[in-house]
Ligand binder design. Structure first.
Ligand SMILES: Cc1ncc(COP(=O)(O)O)c(C=O)c1O
Length: 358
C-alpha cells in the first residue's frame, strides 16, 4: 500500500460483533445497517463479512445497487424507502424492500403500474418526529398497503428510537408503548431497536433488531466505549510520521500559530488531515499514538497534516506509525475530544484513505 493514510477493516471483528448482537437479542432476526458506505467501513466488504445477517438496511438506492452488484442476493431494505415514483422500478429490479413512511410514498405504491410486488415496512413515528406515520394512522395505512396490488402482503411494522442511548430517560419506554398500542393486533413482524435498544432496552428487541454502530465495534453510549461493552473495534485508522523536528521555546506551530512551545519540544508531523476525514475539530491535547506510545496533538489539523507533541518519545523517527483510532485508541475518545459522535468520524473517512480489509 503506497498511501500513508490507511484504514484497516477487521472482518473477524465484524463477525464477532454480529455474534454479540445475536447474544444480546437471541430471539430476534438481525437487519445489519450498512448505510453510508457501512459507516465509512466499505459497504461491499462489510456486507460480505456480515453475510450471515438476516437482511441489510441501507439508506440510498445506490447502496442497494452496490450490494446486488457484488453478487449478494439476500434481503435489502431501503430504510427511507424511495424518494420519487420513478425509483420504484429500480427498487423492483434490485428486489429491495421499501420502508413506507409518508402519505406520498403510500400513493406512489398505490399508483405503481408495474408487475413487481414489494415487501414493505410501515414506519410509525412514535416520538422521533422525523419520518413515519402518526401512531393513530398506522391501522389505516396498514390496511391500504395490504389492499395495494403493488404490495406483497401485510407490511412489516417498524419505528425508530430517538433516545435509546439515554438509559435513564423514559422516552424509550413511551415510544415502545406507543408502538405496541398503535400496531396492536396488526399482522406483520415488528422492528424497533437500534444498537442502543439492543444493548439497553430488551423490551425493544421484537422480531427484528437493526444494529448499526455496534457492528463496527463502537458504543452507542456517550460514557462507554465499544470494548467496554464487549465489542471489537473494526476500523483502525493510521498513518505515518513524515517529519520530526525540534521546535524552540516560543515558536508557534501550524496555521494561526494555535499552539506555542513553552520549552524546546520534539514534534512530529503525520500525513493525515481533514482531507482524509481526520476532523479539524480535534484540537491540541487530543490523543494519538506514535509507534505504540501515547502522545498528544498540537496546533490545528490541516488538510493533509497533523502535528504531534512527541514528548518523551525521543526515538521517534520519520516513517513511524501514527495511530489515529483503533482497538488501542477508541474512536469514542476522539469523538468526545472533537465534540461529535463516533458515527460522524467513521462516516467521514474520505476516499483518499487506502482501505484494506483483513
Ligand atoms: C432506521 C434506522 N435503524 C437503525 C439504525 C442503526 O442505528 P445505530 O447505528 O445507532 O445502531 C439507524 C441508523 O441511524 C436507522 O436510521
Amino acid at each position: 500500500m503506497n498511501r500513508a493514510a490507511r484504514a484497516t477493516i477487521d472482518s473477524s471483528a465484524l463477525r464477532a460483533n454480529l455474534a454479540a448482537v445475536r447474544r444480546a437479542a437471541p430471539d430476534s432476526r438481525v437487519m445489519a445497517v450498512i448505510k453510508a458506505n457501512a459507516y465509512g467501513h466499505g459497504i461491499v466488504p462489510v456486507a460480505r463479512a456480515l453475510k450471515e445477517a438476516d437482511a441489510f438496511g441501507v439508506a440510498r438506492m445506490e447502496e442497494a445497487a452496490a450490494i446486488r452488484g457484488a453478487g449478494m442476493h439476500g434481503r435489502v431494505i431501503l430504510l427511507e424507502g424511495v424518494f420519487h415514483a420513478e425509483q420504484l422500478e429500480l427498487a423492483a429490479s434490485l428486489d429491495a424492500e421499501l420502508v413506507v413512511h409518508s402519505p406520498e410514498q403510500l400513493e406512489m405504491l398505490e399508483q405503481y403500474p408495474g408487475e413487481h410486488r414489494f415487501r414493505t415496512w410501515l414506519k410509525v413515528d412514535t416520538g422521533m418526529n422525523r419520518l413515519g406515520f402518526p401512531p393513530a394512522g398506522a391501522r389505516d395505512v396498514s390496511r391500504r398497503l395490504q389492499s395495494c396490488t403493488a404490495v406483497d402482503d401485510a407490511p412489516r411494522l417498524m419505528t425508530h428510537l430517538a433516545r435509546a442511548d439515554a438509559t435513564a430517560d423514559h422516552a424509550t419506554v413511551d415510544q415502545i408503548r406507543s408502538f405496541t398500542d398503535a400496531t396492536g393486533d396488526l399482522q406483520g413482524s415488528r422492528s424497533i431497536a437500534n444498537s442502543a435498544g439492543i444493548l439497553a432496552w430488551p423490551d425493544s428487541h421484537a422480531d427484528w433488531v437493526r444494529p448499526g454502530i455496534m457492528l463496527y465495534g463502537v458504543s452507542p453510549f456517550e460514557d462507554r466505549t465499544g470494548p467496554e461493552l464487549g465489542l471489537q473495534p473494526v476500523m483502525t485508522l493510521a498513518s505515518e510520521l513524515i517529519a520530526v523536528k525540534m521546535v524552540a521555546a516560543g515558536q508557534a506551530v501550524g496555521y494561526g500559530g494555535a499552539w506555542t512551545a513553552s520549552s524546546p519540544t520534539l514534534i512530529g508531523v503525520a500525513a493525515i488531515g481533514y482531507g482524509d476525514g481526520y476532523t479539524r475539530h480535534l484540537g491540541s491535547g487530543a490523543p494519538v499514538m506514535v509507534g505504540g506510545q501515547m502522545a498528544r496533538l498540537i496546533g490545528r489539523i490541516s488538510m493533509d497534516l497533523a502535528t504531534i507533541d512527541l514528548g518523551d518519545i525521543k526515538d521517534a523517527k520519520v516513517g513511524d506509525e501514527v495511530l489515529l483510532w483503533g482497538p488501542e485508541l477508541p474512536v469514542e475518545k476522539l469523538a468526545r475530544a472533537a465534540g461529535t459522535i463516533p458515527y460522524e468520524l467513521l462516516c467521514g473517512v474520505t476516499q483518499r484513505v487506502a482501505m484494506r480489509v483483513e
